[in-house]
Write a protein that binds this ligand. Structure first.
Ligand SMILES: Cc1cc2nc3c(=O)[nH]c(=O)nc-3n(C[C@H](O)[C@H](O)[C@H](O)COP(=O)(O)O)c2cc1C
Length: 144
């Protein structure tokens, strides 16, 4: 059986998405890189993490997704955090659909801080939950 290849790319202004990315990385035994690191080798599963800023994806995160090569990505998975808006999945899906890259319908979302809202998130439970999510994706892939 061939080994499943994973990669993680994220954009994080204030470190919350990075915490989720690093938790996924720890679970999968890989390193999470930010979107300044281009994806050059083919992967079976690409985890894409980004937050919501002013009701949109950050420009850098969006630009990275727009540069993805469908030949290099078996499928993508979105993880995101924001003070309440779960929009990243739908926006990423629209971009990836146009590029012919499959987006897994499973996604991870947790609430993030904004001013005084949701202070302390992502917390230890959020990080445990994102690890469980990553493990369930990996199990699904390895069982195929
Ligand atoms: C300037 C700014 C604008 C934001 N706008 C939104 C927003 O429109 N909707 C929302 O749900 N969250 C919004 N947030 C909350 C962020 O999505 C949240 O803080 C997230 O955890 C940031 O992730 P990061 O630490 O990885 O950058 C905003 C945060 C900042 C700093």
């Amino acid at each position: 059986m061939s080994e499943i290849k994973y990669a993680i790319r994220y954009f994080s202004r204030e470190g919350s998405t990075k915490k989720l990315a690093d938790a996924i990385a720890e679970e999968l035994g890989i390193i999470a890189y930010d979107v300044n690191e281009p994806l050059v080798d083919p992967v079976d599963v690409l985890f894409l993490g980004g937050a919501v800023y002013r009701n949109d994806l950050d420009f850098e995160f969006r630009s990275f997704i727009e540069t993805l090569d469908s030949e290099l990505v078996g499928e993508a998975i979105v993880f995101s955090i924001s003070s309440g808006n779960k929009m990243p999945y739908d926006v990423v899906k629209t971009i990836l659909d146009e590029k012919g890259i499959k987006l897994n319908e499973k996604t991870y979302f947790c609430k993030g801080k904004k001013l005084f809202m949701n202070a302390g998130h992502p917390d230890i439970d959020d990080l445990k939950a994102v690890k469980i999510f990553a493990r369930s994706i990996a199990r699904e892939k390895e069982d195929k």
